[in-house]
Design a binder for this molecule. Sequence first.
Ligand code: HEC
Ligand code: HEC
Length: 484
Amino acid sequence: MWILCRCPPWIRNSLLFALVLVVILALIGWDRLLHDHGPGEFGNPDDRFKYGSIGAEHDAGIPYWIFYVLPRVFPEKLPKPGIGYASFGMVWEEGRELPMGFTKRRIGFDRVGNNCATCHVASYRSQHAETPTLALTGPNHTLDLEAFFHFLIDCAKDPRFNADTLMTEIDLAANLDFIDRLIYRHLIIPLTRKKLLEREAQFAWIYRHDFPEWGRGRDDAMNLPKYFLINWPMDNTFGPTDFASIWNLKKYQAGTRLNFSGDTHDVYSVVIDSTLGVMGAAPKDKAEFQGHIDWLVSYLSNKPAPKYPFALDTDAAARGKSVFATHCADCHASTRTGTVMPLAEIGTDRGRMDTWGKQEAIAGNKAVSDLGIERKGLVEAPLTGYLVQFLDGIWLRAPYLHNGSVPSLADLLKPPAQRPQVFWRGYDLYDPLRVGFVTQGREAELAGTRYDTAQRGNGNQGHEFGTALPETDKAALLEYLKTL
Ligand code: HEC
Ligand code: HEC
């Protein structure tokens, strides 16, 4: 201060003025770029699961107004024009500004992030002309996540992704003030474009022509953390799996594992790793992060699987119960449930198992413990097969097997050679006869993505249990499976 005091007054005043200006600009900058308004409050736990921020908007978020205008500026890049993001099979509730699993949080400016409900909410209809019924924490079998990733990157690569074009569209819908418009034009739009373009290299494997598309309802579950979280060198593996159901997680007790290949020890660890995966970076606020984890573990542990909503033949189901006891319970209702069955015995597609291993698990555990987060974590051993599934809510988990290669439970009870070889995934009309979704015909083809069991990672072989049963036993067993 004494420098100021010995200067002539006009210099002193100018310096003071400059100082005040810098402080004001810094405050405005902080307020419009960094000021975190927090995750918000949700009175109802289901609403929190559907729309609550888990902190992903910091590093993985997309600025709200860019997210808003992309389908308007680039309709030709959508799987189907005219219905915006719904064309990716995102679940969208009437009257909501964002699809389910998409969150809005103001960190300086409004940003859109994701939460667990993006992939973990199921929907079904009993007839075509009906609003879908939603089952929170069920598998989102309609979402084409890969197409969404492609869309974002393709938009960023298009020369029309520039401040002039986007601002023209934003101005039609938003009422941004001078400062926000300035920031959008000179900072947010160019930076978002840069970040999206950087993702293309990390996503290189999904651009490979010799790998089929994930299609609706699946992602390459372990290659994603392998290339995004532990920055593993890209290899030749490919193993898309169904989005899992995550209800009733209290069924996982000591001695069981989670994830389709049994690659992780306990619920707490999966919830932490999934949250870090969605955030794409270290938590900004440890206490907030821990709060989300504790809440999710409790919510998911206690959320029951939904009951079968259609008519049930209870006599047949009672007979089916004894078929189940003889042919299925040894694995699916025993101490083997939730443990790994070797590939040689189960015989299903090996793609998913080969995407992850001991070294990756060690690196994954180190990455998380380096963040100062303690959890039992990933199993540091080679993967050997697939987890014997708990069958709660199995009626709503079609298509079946870890890679979703068998459309219905009726098909799973057929020998592999008689299971459908080509079908369409992602149509949400329920088929109570075959127990699964409708996967053939015009509507299924319009709504779904084509699934070819001959393609890599898509094999529908293995799990031949029950395939030799008499038809009457199969029918009774199907009826019983609906009750689980
Ligand atoms: C981008 C889609 C996606 C998002 C978002 C997502 N998951 Fe998952 N989740 C999956 C997939 C795919 C699997 C199956 C992984 C495999 O191959 O084993 C899975 C599996 C799980 C499982 C294991 C279930 C079991 O029975 O083995 C849990 C638990 C889980 N997720 C919790 C969460 C939580 C909690 C969040 C939010 C913090 C979340 N997931 C976000 C795609 C997602
Ligand atoms: C010897 C153990 C064993 C027996 C017996 C067995 N299963 Fe399985 N089952 C498994 C394993 C392991 C998986 C996971 C396979 C995969 O996803 O690759 C599985 C998966 C399933 C799935 C798919 C779950 C999903 O989320 O898609 C269903 C449905 C199923 N079994 C039903 C049955 C029925 C019905 C019977 C009796 C007729 C039966 N299983 C007998 C081990 C067994």
